[in-house]
Design a protein around this ligand. Structure first.
Ligand SMILES: Cc1cc2nc3c(=O)[nH]c(=O)nc-3n(C[C@H](O)[C@H](O)[C@H](O)COP(=O)(O)OP(=O)(O)OC[C@H]3O[C@@H](n4cnc5c(N)ncnc54)[C@H](O)[C@@H]3O)c2cc1C
Length: 757
């Protein structure tokens, strides 16, 4: 029970002296003691050096059940008094206590966490509530309206070290399919879906009116047949969706649109600009469909007509064969511009010999048509989510190469000027969107010349997050909540720009200081982590932005729920930094969920949280931070919880390790194993500068219950729900929004999603 025992085993099996002193040194620097070499012992107090724990990144905990049990005891307060030698009353002052745990309300008491868990659900006001089976006196209520809420009632850690992070909802595939269908059709969730329907309808109208427009040249329709009308209409369709492809990637245009007051006021328009990536992906699918249709129609119509008619007959209906001054069909805009690219040359030889199917296939439109099909298929292939994940660089390079080839080939495709409008349709329809996109790219070239210096660098204890603060030069527009910017670090790569959310902003001496948080996710980010050292030489950056992102619209809502998975919390940190500053904010109530594998990551924003704590005492509005430490699914290897453990027990460990190593440096503290018990939440006092306790839950939140609880606090107010997390979390929140919307007619849960890939 003591949790500590003398090292008796031989040197080979035991952690070395070095490990102990290393731990101390690290602890002095307040670094998690993952290299400490602590080993667990079993129930009988028999010490055992676990090979598993050696491999584990958090050797301090060694074995999952040990850790969960230890934390369980930690929660009950017993272990704290045993280990630290402090009475429970003293612990109230110095150590974490479960009493500060806050849980959201739920009208359904049956679903509430059980007594066993040690935590009761709080009332609708999210007030602190004392556990019924605790013997310790309750903490005084904080006057601040900032709360750290936590609830891990659905999370259990089973004996063999598996973590059940399931939301608890199991469905058959039919129910799942119906649920997905419902989500997709629900225009309440995604207004852009209705817009897609509208856009598709608009294109269909183009299809329908085209024969009318083209009716001015009945002779060509009579000769080539009805497939020609469909081919031309689908060509217009492909160009229409190409225009949207470029528009949806025109960052400057979208940022300007989002700042128009009409857009800011309308939920539909807000969601429309927020959905630019979805529109981009949808447009790409439509381009593919229209291109296939266009190709098919020429193969069953135009080329067949080539097979059946001579050059003499065809020349009578081809635009390119009409000499200067000849009357042209209505709507014809050209003047035979690209004649040098024509193949076969126009007019066709004036003979009675049939032109032939192959002549169509091997013509300029034929060959460029096949190339265009190859381009669109390759674009689709390289843009698959799997392809993007495997190598973003390949995706990026191929995307830009192929999109350029797409536009150039479309121009050449129209060169024969057989039955078109006389100018390449792509320039007619997509010309302005292409220019708008080109402007965005040209601006980046200019911004590559502006050097920006870092003013502050902080690395998280886990080493996974790097916080960079920079002063944005006056030539840049001030960033607002939720926006992002592209960063180039020439020392990491001379060509690559990567997007990062502006996670914090404050004005210092009239200059805006912005914060980025960069997770070591891949090749470039890891390089940046290596190059930029907190104490090292300050690297130079280039910044392109700020640009609009979906989280910008968060300010339009009075009641906000922000859900960030890992570094996906950055859009909501930006919202919090806005609240922490003196900037006016519309919000009445906000619940920000931050789930992370490594609990010590929360410390990287200690200054913001502390500022919020201070500010919330004086300002209106209520803010609840839900910090959740979520270990990896499946077999738990001790990651995530280890850091939580470190945070919660750091000062106690340090005290004991100091005492032991002073007595005898070979004495190694070990952790006793306790019977399994559910692990819910720990409370740490290492995050806020004030030392006030912060609750950190273990496991993923049950979003349906959380959203319901938020809605129940004001059943007539709409709730803006924002998610920036992995796909499964996004899906579960979207489902929760649908369920909440179906259960009430008086309020709406507006679902918004920001993707980082
Ligand atoms: C609007 C937006 C805001 C973002 N904000 C943050 C943030 O605040 N903090 C943070 O750590 N990360 C953020 N990201 C993700 C970040 O851009 C990528 O993690 C980073 O670019 C990865 O680069 P890499 O070379 O290290 O990774 P790679 O090894 O190249 O790839 C890892 C994954 O990162 C993604 N990725 C890579 N390059 C890009 C790119 N140029 N654009 C978009 N996605 C890319 C891909 O999905 C890829 O699968 C954001 C992304 C977007 C789109």
């Amino acid at each position: 029970v003591s949790g500590f025992s003398l090292q008796e085993e031989n040197e080979e099996r035991a952690p070395s002296k070095d490990s102990c002193s290393r731990l101390q040194a690290e602890s002095e620097e307040r670094v998690p003691s993952k290299d400490s070499g602590f080993v667990p012992s079993d129930e009988n107090g028999e010490r055992k050096r676990s090979e598993e724990s050696q491999r584990s990144s958090h050797r301090v905990v060694g074995h999952s059940s040990t850790e969960s049990a230890f934390l369980g005891d930690l929660l009950s307060g017993d272990l704290l008094s045993k280990v630290s030698g402090l009475s429970i009353e003293e612990q109230e002052e110095r150590a974490p206590s479960k009493d500060s745990v806050v849980a959201p309300a739920d009208e359904n008491r049956e679903q509430a966490p059980s007594k066993d868990s040690g935590f009761d659900p709080a009332d609708g006001n999210f007030s602190r509530q004392r556990s019924t089976n605790s013997s310790a006196p309750s903490l005084p209520l904080s006057p601040s309206s900032l709360h750290f809420a936590a609830k891990g009632s659905r999370t259990t850690i089973v004996y063999e070290g598996k973590v059940n992070l399931n939301d608890g909802i199991r469905r058959s595939w039919t129910k799942e399919f119906l649920q997905k269908l419902l989500i997709y059709c629900s225009s309440l969730q995604f207004h852009f879906r209705s817009v897609f329907v509208l856009l598709t309808a608009l294109q269909m109208i183009l299809y329908a009116v085209y024969p009318l427009f083209f009716g001015g040249v009945p002779k060509s329709l009579a000769l080539f047949g009805w497939p020609l009308a469909v081919a031309k209409a689908s060509a217009y369709g492909a160009c229409f969706w190409t225009a949207l492809l470029f528009l949806s990637m025109s960052r400057d245009l979208i940022t300007i649109l989002a700042r128009i007051s009409l857009v800011k006021r309308s939920e539909v328009l807000r969601q429309l600009v927020s959905s630019s990536k979805e529109i981009h992906i949808f447009s790409a699918g439509q381009v593919m469909i229209n291109s296939c249709l266009h190709t098919l129609m020429h193969h069953i119509g135009t080329f067949v007509a080539f097979e059946q008619h001579s050059g003499k007959e065809l020349n009578k209906v081809l635009n390119c064969a009409r000499g200067p001054g000849a009357s042209m069909p209505p709507g014809y805009l050209g003047s035979h511009q690209l004649t040098s690219l024509q193949f076969p040359a126009c007019p066709l030889p004036e003979t009675d010999e049939k032109v032939g199917y192959l002549a169509g296939v091997l013509s300029t439109p034929g060959i460029t048509g096949y190339l265009l099909m190859a381009v669109i298929i390759l674009l689709g292939w390289f843009s698959r989510p799997k392809g993007r994940r495997l190598s973003y660089r390949v995706f990026y390079a191929m995307h830009h190469l192929l999109v350029t080839a797409w536009v150039l080939l479309l121009v050449v495709h129209a060169a024969n000027d057989w039955v078109g409008v006389g100018v390449p349709v792509v320039l007619l329809i997509a010309g302005l969107p292409i220019l708008s996109y080109a402007f965005t790219r040209a601006k980046r070239l200019y911004l590559s010349c502006l050097k920006i210096e870092l003013v502050k660098v902080v690395r998280s204890e886990s080493g996974q997050l790097l916080r960079l603060d920079v002063d944005l030069p006056r030539s840049y527009r001030h960033a607002t909540v939720g926006e992002y910017a592209y960063i180039k670090v020439p020392k990491a790569s001379r060509t690559e720009w990567h997007p990062f959310t502006i996670a914090g902003m404050e004005v210092v001496d009239g200059v805006q200081r912005i914060t980025f948080i960069i997770m070591a996710a891949g090749i470039w980010t890891k390089k940046v982590h290596e190059i930029i050292e907190p104490e090292g030489e300050r690297a130079v950056l280039h910044i392109d932005g700020p640009y609009f992102a979906p989280a910008v619209t968060i300010q339009a809502h009075e009641i906000v729920v922000g859900i960030g998975g890992g570094v996906g919390v950055t859009p909501f940190l930006s919202f919090l930094s806005h609240i922490a500053s003196d900037a006016a904010s519309n919000f009445k109530r906000a619940h920000i969920f931050w789930t992370t594998r490594t609990a010590s990551d929360y410390k990287i924003m200690s200054d913001l949280f502390s500022k919020l704590e201070e500010r919330m005492q004086t300002r209106g509005g209520k803010l609840v931070l839900h910090l959740h430490s979520v270990p990896k699914d499946g077999i738990w290897k001790g990651d995530g919880i280890g850091s939580l453990f470190d945070l919660a027990t750091r000062h106690i460990w340090q005290k004991r390790v100091d005492t032991f190593t002073r007595k005898d440096p070979t004495m190694i503290p070990t952790i006793a194993r306790y019977p399994r018990m559910p692990l819910h939440v720990v409370v740490v006092n290492d995050i806020l500068h004030s030392g006030n306790q912060v609750a950190i839950a273990v496991g993923r939140p049950d979003f349906q219950r959380e959203l319901k609880a938020v809605g129940n606090q004001d059943t007539h107010a709409d709730v803006g729900v924002y998610v920036c997390a992995a796909e499964p979390v996004k899906e579960s929140v979207e489902e929760a929004c649908v369920a909440c919307n179906m259960s009430t007619t008086t309020q709406k849960f507006h679902f918004n999603y920001e993707r980082f890939s």
